[in-house]
Design a protein around this ligand. Structure first.
Ligand code: ATP
Ligand code: MG
Length: 399
Protein backbone atom coordinates (compact mmCIF):
# COMPACT_ATOMS: atom_id res chain seq x y z
CA UNK A 1 0.00 0.00 0.00
CA UNK A 2 1.64 3.28 -1.01
CA UNK A 3 0.03 6.41 0.28
CA UNK A 4 2.63 8.99 -0.70
CA UNK A 5 0.02 11.41 -2.05
CA UNK A 6 -1.56 11.41 1.39
CA UNK A 7 1.30 13.14 3.17
CA UNK A 8 3.24 11.76 6.12
CA UNK A 9 2.06 8.75 8.12
CA UNK A 10 1.54 9.38 11.80
CA UNK A 11 -0.39 8.08 14.77
CA UNK A 12 -2.67 10.43 16.65
CA UNK A 13 -3.47 9.81 20.29
CA UNK A 14 -6.47 11.13 22.23
CA UNK A 15 -6.00 11.63 25.94
CA UNK A 16 -8.40 10.21 28.52
CA UNK A 17 -9.16 11.55 31.96
CA UNK A 18 -6.06 13.75 31.89
CA UNK A 19 -8.08 16.37 30.06
CA UNK A 20 -10.10 16.89 33.25
CA UNK A 21 -6.97 17.84 35.17
CA UNK A 22 -6.39 21.43 36.07
CA UNK A 23 -3.06 22.90 37.09
CA UNK A 24 -1.12 19.63 37.13
CA UNK A 25 -2.29 18.44 33.72
CA UNK A 26 1.18 19.24 32.39
CA UNK A 27 2.71 16.73 34.82
CA UNK A 28 0.33 13.96 33.77
CA UNK A 29 1.02 14.68 30.11
CA UNK A 30 4.75 14.55 30.59
CA UNK A 31 4.42 11.21 32.38
CA UNK A 32 2.22 9.88 29.60
CA UNK A 33 4.62 10.93 26.85
CA UNK A 34 7.52 9.34 28.68
CA UNK A 35 5.50 6.09 29.08
CA UNK A 36 4.67 6.16 25.37
CA UNK A 37 8.34 6.60 24.44
CA UNK A 38 9.29 3.69 26.73
CA UNK A 39 6.63 1.43 25.24
CA UNK A 40 7.74 2.20 21.69
CA UNK A 41 11.41 1.57 22.32
CA UNK A 42 11.06 -2.13 21.53
CA UNK A 43 9.89 -1.35 17.97
CA UNK A 44 13.28 0.04 17.06
CA UNK A 45 11.95 2.78 14.79
CA UNK A 46 13.02 6.40 14.70
CA UNK A 47 9.86 7.98 16.02
CA UNK A 48 9.08 11.54 16.96
CA UNK A 49 6.54 11.82 19.79
CA UNK A 50 5.12 15.32 20.13
CA UNK A 51 2.54 17.05 22.17
CA UNK A 52 0.00 19.03 20.20
CA UNK A 53 -2.89 21.03 21.51
CA UNK A 54 -4.95 18.44 23.39
CA UNK A 55 -3.53 15.44 21.49
CA UNK A 56 -0.24 13.60 21.11
CA UNK A 57 1.13 12.89 17.66
CA UNK A 58 3.70 10.24 16.78
CA UNK A 59 5.49 10.91 13.51
CA UNK A 60 7.08 8.01 11.66
CA UNK A 61 10.24 8.31 9.59
CA UNK A 62 9.97 9.18 5.87
CA UNK A 63 8.98 6.17 3.84
CA UNK A 64 7.56 4.24 6.81
CA UNK A 65 5.18 1.47 5.80
CA UNK A 66 1.54 1.03 6.74
CA UNK A 67 2.58 -2.06 8.72
CA UNK A 68 5.00 -0.01 10.79
CA UNK A 69 2.33 2.58 11.51
CA UNK A 70 0.01 -0.23 12.53
CA UNK A 71 2.64 -1.68 14.87
CA UNK A 72 3.04 1.71 16.54
CA UNK A 73 -0.72 2.07 16.95
CA UNK A 74 -1.05 -1.43 18.37
CA UNK A 75 1.74 -0.90 20.87
CA UNK A 76 0.42 2.39 22.26
CA UNK A 77 -3.07 0.91 22.53
CA UNK A 78 -1.74 -0.86 25.66
CA UNK A 79 -0.50 2.31 27.33
CA UNK A 80 -2.95 3.57 30.00
CA UNK A 81 -4.07 7.18 29.71
CA UNK A 82 -5.26 7.13 26.10
CA UNK A 83 -8.81 6.69 24.88
CA UNK A 84 -8.36 6.59 21.09
CA UNK A 85 -5.54 5.76 18.73
CA UNK A 86 -5.84 6.83 15.11
CA UNK A 87 -3.53 6.03 12.25
CA UNK A 88 -3.56 9.38 10.53
CA UNK A 89 -2.01 11.36 7.72
CA UNK A 90 -0.35 14.67 8.28
CA UNK A 91 -0.96 17.05 5.41
CA UNK A 92 -0.21 20.68 4.64
CA UNK A 93 -2.51 23.31 6.05
CA UNK A 94 -4.46 24.08 2.95
CA UNK A 95 -7.96 23.00 1.95
CA UNK A 96 -6.76 21.45 -1.28
CA UNK A 97 -4.31 19.10 0.41
CA UNK A 98 -6.97 18.09 2.91
CA UNK A 99 -9.45 17.41 0.13
CA UNK A 100 -6.99 15.18 -1.73
CA UNK A 101 -6.10 13.23 1.38
CA UNK A 102 -9.76 12.70 2.26
CA UNK A 103 -10.55 11.44 -1.22
CA UNK A 104 -7.65 9.07 -1.30
CA UNK A 105 -8.29 7.66 2.16
CA UNK A 106 -11.89 6.90 1.29
CA UNK A 107 -10.89 5.50 -2.11
CA UNK A 108 -8.62 2.95 -0.42
CA UNK A 109 -11.02 1.97 2.33
CA UNK A 110 -12.89 -1.32 2.42
CA UNK A 111 -16.06 0.49 3.46
CA UNK A 112 -16.12 2.55 0.25
CA UNK A 113 -15.99 -0.61 -1.85
CA UNK A 114 -19.15 -1.76 -0.09
CA UNK A 115 -20.86 1.55 -0.80
CA UNK A 116 -20.91 2.52 2.87
CA UNK A 117 -22.79 5.50 4.28
CA UNK A 118 -20.26 8.11 5.34
CA UNK A 119 -19.76 11.36 7.24
CA UNK A 120 -16.99 13.92 7.41
CA UNK A 121 -16.24 15.44 10.79
CA UNK A 122 -13.88 18.38 10.93
CA UNK A 123 -12.47 20.15 13.91
CA UNK A 124 -10.46 23.32 14.00
CA UNK A 125 -8.00 23.60 16.84
CA UNK A 126 -6.53 26.54 14.92
CA UNK A 127 -9.26 29.05 14.20
CA UNK A 128 -7.12 30.89 11.62
CA UNK A 129 -7.69 28.18 9.06
CA UNK A 130 -9.58 29.77 6.11
CA UNK A 131 -12.56 27.37 6.26
CA UNK A 132 -14.82 26.80 9.23
CA UNK A 133 -15.48 23.21 10.31
CA UNK A 134 -18.84 22.91 8.62
CA UNK A 135 -17.46 24.44 5.42
CA UNK A 136 -14.64 21.91 5.40
CA UNK A 137 -17.14 19.08 6.05
CA UNK A 138 -19.18 20.16 3.07
CA UNK A 139 -16.18 20.63 0.78
CA UNK A 140 -14.69 17.20 1.48
CA UNK A 141 -18.04 15.43 1.85
CA UNK A 142 -19.30 16.82 -1.45
CA UNK A 143 -16.16 15.71 -3.26
CA UNK A 144 -16.38 12.18 -1.81
CA UNK A 145 -20.01 12.00 -2.82
CA UNK A 146 -19.20 13.15 -6.39
CA UNK A 147 -16.21 10.89 -6.80
CA UNK A 148 -17.47 7.63 -5.30
CA UNK A 149 -21.24 8.11 -5.16
CA UNK A 150 -21.36 7.19 -1.45
CA UNK A 151 -24.42 8.29 0.53
CA UNK A 152 -23.96 10.76 3.38
CA UNK A 153 -25.24 9.73 6.80
CA UNK A 154 -24.40 12.16 9.57
CA UNK A 155 -26.28 10.34 12.32
CA UNK A 156 -25.06 6.79 11.92
CA UNK A 157 -22.20 6.62 9.42
CA UNK A 158 -20.38 3.37 8.62
CA UNK A 159 -17.30 5.33 7.61
CA UNK A 160 -16.16 8.55 9.25
CA UNK A 161 -13.53 10.79 7.75
CA UNK A 162 -12.02 12.89 10.51
CA UNK A 163 -10.17 16.11 9.82
CA UNK A 164 -8.34 17.92 12.59
CA UNK A 165 -6.82 21.28 11.85
CA UNK A 166 -3.90 21.99 14.15
CA UNK A 167 -1.45 24.87 14.49
CA UNK A 168 1.20 23.53 12.09
CA UNK A 169 -0.60 20.82 10.16
CA UNK A 170 -3.83 19.02 9.43
CA UNK A 171 -4.49 15.40 10.43
CA UNK A 172 -6.81 13.29 8.30
CA UNK A 173 -7.94 9.79 9.27
CA UNK A 174 -10.68 7.20 9.22
CA UNK A 175 -11.43 4.78 12.03
CA UNK A 176 -9.28 4.10 15.08
CA UNK A 177 -8.71 1.68 17.90
CA UNK A 178 -9.85 2.22 21.48
CA UNK A 179 -7.16 2.79 24.11
CA UNK A 180 -7.06 1.53 27.69
CA UNK A 181 -8.41 4.73 29.23
CA UNK A 182 -7.40 5.57 32.78
CA UNK A 183 -4.34 7.51 33.93
CA UNK A 184 -0.66 7.25 32.99
CA UNK A 185 1.17 4.55 34.96
CA UNK A 186 3.28 6.12 37.68
CA UNK A 187 1.13 9.22 38.12
CA UNK A 188 -0.46 7.75 41.27
CA UNK A 189 2.73 6.30 42.78
CA UNK A 190 3.82 2.72 43.48
CA UNK A 191 2.08 -0.29 44.96
CA UNK A 192 2.67 -3.97 45.63
CA UNK A 193 0.21 -6.52 44.23
CA UNK A 194 -0.32 -9.80 46.08
CA UNK A 195 -0.33 -12.06 43.10
CA UNK A 196 -1.56 -15.64 43.29
CA UNK A 197 -1.76 -17.79 40.19
CA UNK A 198 -5.53 -17.27 40.18
CA UNK A 199 -7.91 -15.30 38.03
CA UNK A 200 -8.59 -12.33 40.26
CA UNK A 201 -5.26 -10.84 41.27
CA UNK A 202 -3.95 -10.23 37.71
CA UNK A 203 -7.16 -8.36 36.91
CA UNK A 204 -6.80 -6.36 40.12
CA UNK A 205 -3.23 -5.47 39.10
CA UNK A 206 -4.39 -4.31 35.68
CA UNK A 207 -7.17 -2.14 37.12
CA UNK A 208 -4.74 -0.40 39.48
CA UNK A 209 -2.15 0.17 36.76
CA UNK A 210 -4.92 1.87 34.85
CA UNK A 211 -5.47 4.15 37.81
CA UNK A 212 -1.89 5.33 37.54
CA UNK A 213 -0.04 2.96 39.88
CA UNK A 214 3.21 1.33 38.89
CA UNK A 215 3.10 -2.07 40.57
CA UNK A 216 5.51 -4.74 41.72
CA UNK A 217 4.21 -8.30 42.15
CA UNK A 218 4.57 -10.49 45.24
CA UNK A 219 3.83 -14.20 45.10
CA UNK A 220 3.76 -16.65 48.01
CA UNK A 221 4.69 -20.15 46.95
CA UNK A 222 4.14 -23.32 48.98
CA UNK A 223 7.77 -24.29 48.46
CA UNK A 224 9.26 -26.60 49.78
CA UNK A 225 5.95 -28.47 50.08
CA UNK A 226 4.65 -27.71 46.58
CA UNK A 227 6.27 -27.67 43.14
CA UNK A 228 7.41 -24.46 41.45
CA UNK A 229 4.43 -24.48 39.09
CA UNK A 230 2.70 -21.60 40.83
CA UNK A 231 5.85 -19.50 40.40
CA UNK A 232 5.91 -20.19 36.67
CA UNK A 233 2.29 -19.16 36.48
CA UNK A 234 2.86 -15.96 38.42
CA UNK A 235 5.82 -15.23 36.17
CA UNK A 236 3.81 -15.84 33.01
CA UNK A 237 1.07 -13.57 34.33
CA UNK A 238 3.51 -10.79 35.14
CA UNK A 239 5.00 -11.12 31.68
CA UNK A 240 1.55 -10.83 30.16
CA UNK A 241 0.75 -7.73 32.21
CA UNK A 242 4.07 -5.99 31.63
CA UNK A 243 2.91 -4.46 28.35
CA UNK A 244 0.72 -2.05 30.31
CA UNK A 245 3.48 -0.60 32.48
CA UNK A 246 6.99 -1.90 31.68
CA UNK A 247 9.79 -2.64 34.18
CA UNK A 248 7.71 -5.20 36.08
CA UNK A 249 9.29 -7.18 38.90
CA UNK A 250 8.11 -10.39 40.50
CA UNK A 251 9.08 -11.17 44.09
CA UNK A 252 8.59 -14.69 45.42
CA UNK A 253 8.42 -15.71 49.08
CA UNK A 254 8.89 -19.40 49.95
CA UNK A 255 5.94 -19.71 52.29
CA UNK A 256 5.54 -23.45 52.90
CA UNK A 257 7.27 -23.62 56.27
CA UNK A 258 5.37 -20.64 57.65
CA UNK A 259 2.14 -22.30 56.57
CA UNK A 260 3.15 -25.42 58.39
CA UNK A 261 3.66 -23.46 61.60
CA UNK A 262 0.22 -21.92 61.19
CA UNK A 263 -1.27 -25.37 60.82
CA UNK A 264 0.41 -26.71 63.91
CA UNK A 265 -0.73 -23.70 65.93
CA UNK A 266 -4.19 -25.31 66.30
CA UNK A 267 -7.24 -23.20 65.36
CA UNK A 268 -8.07 -25.03 62.16
CA UNK A 269 -10.97 -22.80 61.19
CA UNK A 270 -8.83 -19.68 61.49
CA UNK A 271 -5.91 -21.01 59.47
CA UNK A 272 -6.86 -19.38 56.17
CA UNK A 273 -7.39 -15.94 57.59
CA UNK A 274 -4.32 -16.22 59.83
CA UNK A 275 -2.32 -17.09 56.76
CA UNK A 276 -3.77 -14.16 54.83
CA UNK A 277 -2.77 -11.81 57.63
CA UNK A 278 0.75 -13.20 57.60
CA UNK A 279 0.91 -12.67 53.84
CA UNK A 280 -0.23 -9.08 54.31
CA UNK A 281 2.26 -8.41 57.10
CA UNK A 282 5.07 -9.82 54.97
CA UNK A 283 3.84 -7.80 51.99
CA UNK A 284 3.90 -4.65 54.10
CA UNK A 285 7.50 -5.33 55.10
CA UNK A 286 8.43 -5.86 51.42
CA UNK A 287 6.49 -2.74 50.41
CA UNK A 288 8.54 -0.61 52.79
CA UNK A 289 11.73 -1.99 51.31
CA UNK A 290 10.74 -1.20 47.73
CA UNK A 291 8.98 2.08 48.55
CA UNK A 292 5.48 0.97 47.64
CA UNK A 293 2.74 2.96 49.37
CA UNK A 294 -0.16 0.50 49.14
CA UNK A 295 -1.00 -3.19 48.83
CA UNK A 296 -3.35 -4.53 46.15
CA UNK A 297 -5.36 -7.76 46.31
CA UNK A 298 -7.94 -9.46 44.12
CA UNK A 299 -10.56 -9.77 46.88
CA UNK A 300 -14.21 -9.49 45.90
CA UNK A 301 -16.76 -9.12 48.66
CA UNK A 302 -18.31 -12.45 49.59
CA UNK A 303 -16.65 -14.45 46.80
CA UNK A 304 -15.07 -16.94 49.21
CA UNK A 305 -15.14 -17.32 52.98
CA UNK A 306 -11.97 -15.28 53.46
CA UNK A 307 -13.67 -12.35 51.78
CA UNK A 308 -16.62 -11.71 54.08
CA UNK A 309 -16.90 -8.25 55.57
CA UNK A 310 -15.68 -9.51 58.95
CA UNK A 311 -12.68 -11.22 57.39
CA UNK A 312 -11.84 -8.22 55.26
CA UNK A 313 -11.89 -6.18 58.46
CA UNK A 314 -9.52 -8.69 60.05
CA UNK A 315 -7.19 -8.33 57.07
CA UNK A 316 -7.20 -4.53 57.13
CA UNK A 317 -6.37 -4.73 60.82
CA UNK A 318 -3.16 -6.67 60.12
CA UNK A 319 -1.31 -3.80 58.41
CA UNK A 320 -1.03 -0.03 58.39
CA UNK A 321 -0.71 0.38 54.62
CA UNK A 322 -3.97 0.75 52.71
CA UNK A 323 -5.15 -2.45 51.01
CA UNK A 324 -6.63 -1.58 47.63
CA UNK A 325 -9.26 -4.02 46.36
CA UNK A 326 -10.35 -2.83 42.93
CA UNK A 327 -12.56 -5.91 42.39
CA UNK A 328 -14.45 -5.64 45.66
CA UNK A 329 -17.76 -4.96 43.90
CA UNK A 330 -17.26 -7.24 40.89
CA UNK A 331 -19.02 -10.51 40.07
CA UNK A 332 -16.89 -13.50 39.14
CA UNK A 333 -18.30 -13.44 35.59
CA UNK A 334 -17.26 -9.81 35.20
CA UNK A 335 -13.77 -10.57 36.48
CA UNK A 336 -13.45 -13.50 34.09
CA UNK A 337 -14.55 -11.41 31.12
CA UNK A 338 -11.95 -8.80 31.96
CA UNK A 339 -9.27 -11.49 32.44
CA UNK A 340 -10.11 -12.84 28.99
CA UNK A 341 -9.92 -9.36 27.46
CA UNK A 342 -6.46 -8.63 28.90
CA UNK A 343 -5.18 -12.09 28.06
CA UNK A 344 -4.54 -13.45 31.56
CA UNK A 345 -7.44 -15.92 31.83
CA UNK A 346 -5.84 -18.75 29.90
CA UNK A 347 -2.71 -18.56 32.06
CA UNK A 348 -4.71 -18.39 35.30
CA UNK A 349 -6.71 -21.44 34.28
CA UNK A 350 -3.61 -23.63 33.92
CA UNK A 351 -3.47 -26.23 36.69
CA UNK A 352 -1.16 -25.56 39.60
CA UNK A 353 -0.67 -26.37 43.23
CA UNK A 354 -1.65 -23.16 44.95
CA UNK A 355 -0.10 -22.75 48.36
CA UNK A 356 -3.57 -22.04 49.78
CA UNK A 357 -4.61 -25.64 49.18
CA UNK A 358 -2.09 -26.69 51.83
CA UNK A 359 -4.32 -25.06 54.38
CA UNK A 360 -7.90 -25.73 53.43
CA UNK A 361 -9.95 -26.54 56.52
CA UNK A 362 -13.29 -28.34 56.21
CA UNK A 363 -15.13 -25.33 57.53
CA UNK A 364 -13.45 -21.97 57.27
CA UNK A 365 -14.36 -19.24 59.71
CA UNK A 366 -16.42 -16.50 58.09
CA UNK A 367 -16.36 -14.22 61.14
CA UNK A 368 -12.82 -14.34 62.43
CA UNK A 369 -12.24 -12.46 65.67
CA UNK A 370 -9.21 -10.24 65.64
CA UNK A 371 -8.34 -11.15 69.26
CA UNK A 372 -8.14 -14.87 68.34
CA UNK A 373 -5.95 -14.07 65.37
CA UNK A 374 -3.63 -12.00 67.52
CA UNK A 375 -3.27 -14.95 69.88
CA UNK A 376 -2.15 -17.17 67.02
CA UNK A 377 0.26 -14.50 65.85
CA UNK A 378 1.77 -14.18 69.31
CA UNK A 379 2.48 -17.91 69.36
CA UNK A 380 3.99 -17.72 65.87
CA UNK A 381 5.96 -14.57 66.67
CA UNK A 382 4.47 -13.15 63.48
CA UNK A 383 6.30 -9.82 63.71
CA UNK A 384 9.66 -11.57 63.56
CA UNK A 385 8.46 -14.20 61.10
CA UNK A 386 7.37 -11.68 58.48
CA UNK A 387 10.79 -9.99 58.58
CA UNK A 388 12.44 -13.39 58.04
CA UNK A 389 10.07 -14.13 55.19
CA UNK A 390 10.84 -10.78 53.60
CA UNK A 391 14.56 -11.56 53.96
CA UNK A 392 14.12 -14.85 52.13
CA UNK A 393 12.54 -13.22 49.10
CA UNK A 394 13.70 -13.95 45.56
CA UNK A 395 13.48 -11.47 42.72
CA UNK A 396 12.56 -12.48 39.19
CA UNK A 397 13.09 -9.89 36.50
CA UNK A 398 11.55 -10.26 33.07
CA UNK A 399 13.57 -11.71 30.16
P1 ATP B 1 -7.16 -15.12 43.00
O1 ATP B 1 -7.94 -15.55 41.83
O2 ATP B 1 -6.51 -13.79 42.82
O3 ATP B 1 -6.21 -16.21 43.46
P2 ATP B 1 -9.12 -16.06 44.79
O4 ATP B 1 -10.49 -15.85 44.36
O5 ATP B 1 -8.49 -17.38 44.59
O6 ATP B 1 -8.20 -14.92 44.17
P3 ATP B 1 -8.13 -16.04 47.46
O7 ATP B 1 -7.35 -17.23 47.11
O8 ATP B 1 -8.91 -15.98 48.72
O9 ATP B 1 -9.14 -15.64 46.31
O10 ATP B 1 -7.14 -14.82 47.46
C1 ATP B 1 -7.55 -13.50 47.68
C2 ATP B 1 -6.38 -12.59 47.36
O11 ATP B 1 -5.27 -12.87 48.22
C3 ATP B 1 -5.83 -12.82 45.97
O12 ATP B 1 -6.55 -12.10 44.99
C4 ATP B 1 -4.42 -12.32 46.10
O13 ATP B 1 -4.36 -10.92 46.03
C5 ATP B 1 -4.06 -12.78 47.51
N1 ATP B 1 -3.40 -14.10 47.45
C6 ATP B 1 -3.95 -15.31 47.65
N2 ATP B 1 -3.03 -16.29 47.51
C7 ATP B 1 -1.87 -15.69 47.20
C8 ATP B 1 -0.53 -16.16 46.95
N3 ATP B 1 -0.23 -17.44 46.94
N4 ATP B 1 0.42 -15.23 46.69
C9 ATP B 1 0.12 -13.92 46.69
N5 ATP B 1 -1.10 -13.43 46.92
C10 ATP B 1 -2.09 -14.29 47.20
MG1 MG C 1 -6.48 -17.87 44.83
Amino acid sequence: MTMSALGEPCVLLKLGEIVLKGKNRELFERRLISNIRDALRSLDLKLDVRKRHGVIAIFLPQGATAEQAQAVAQRVADVPGLVWIHRAWRVAKDPDAVLKAGLELVGESEEAKRGARFAVRSRRRDKRFPLRSNELDRLVGGAINDEYGLPVDLKNPELTVSIEVDRDEVFVFTGGIPGQGGLPVGSSGRALVLMSGGIDSPVAAYRMMRRGLHVDFLHFSGIPFTTSESIYKAYALVKKLDRFQGRSRLWVVPFGKAQQSIRTSGQDRLAVIAQRRLMLKTAEEVAHRIHAAALVTGDALGQVSSQTLANITAQDNAVDLPILRPLVGWDKTEIMAEARRIGTLEISELPDEDCCTLLAPKRAETRAKIEDLKQIEKRLDAEELCVQLADSIQEYTLD
